[in-house]
Write a protein of this length. Sequence first.
Length: 311
Amino acid sequence: MNPPLCSVVMAAKNYARFLPEAVESVLAQTFPDWELLIVDDGSTDATPAAVRPFLADPRVRYFRSDALGQSRAKNLGTRLSRGAFVAFLDADDAWEPTKLAKQLALFDGRPGVGVAFCRRSLMDEQGKPIAAKPAPAPPRGRVLDRMFVQNFVCFSSAVVRREVLSRAGAFDVQWDLAIDFDLWLRIAKHCEFDFIDEELVRYRTGHGNLSKKLLDRVDTALSIMHRAETRYGATEHVPPDRAAEAYASTCRTLGYVLRSSEPVAAAKWYARALRWPAGRVASAKGLVACALRFASGKREAGSAENATANR
């Protein structure tokens, strides 16, 4: 068989309940010249049975691995793929039918474009839509300085030119979280990004462990940013004030998430954000909010103790 134009790489682990919807969304693409590589990364649920009905389509290929981890599993799928373009789809997400056709058109006659992406809509664990405020339009073109501040590319929306992946390198197995952020930073140093201003990905949220891993995720992001500066030469393209903004806002984000439940831990992150001049007023306000929340918690605890003692 001749190689397809686009390879779709899907790494799956224990997502048998979501995988059929993801695969069906690939089968429904109006652009037909694709292959789908499903890398089952040591699932212990019914993933093999969920995949089996789709193997009647010769474009769907299934590989079973032994708990490689998401970086290695995605790298395996990419190595086994044959298309000139590689699209990524997480097994708990899904695409709209015109996604590949519209994104692949962005590459026509534009060799400088290395990544095409799109907007996403949100759905809950059961697949019901979640209303969200529309995000501002993401940047296009040379985006390294903006990417350094925020990863604005939804992983399941990305289509990447294969030669760009060959140049930038594979997903780094050092990281288990934020692996796409690291890859986009490496690619953005050399290539342009473009996007379709439509919600062509349905992104499932509320079912995974990302919120539980938030601390690890932020620590990983900070490490990736530091390495991009020191090893990849990102400082040549990211102004110092933009880099400071990136580090400070990352710390403040974690402080904001933690301050209601863990005000002391949150205060430490806001204090860390004060190391950089960008947004120091916002960081200081965050510290005050943590102090007020801590004091409120102490009062509530004291009131509860008094009520118990008076019974």
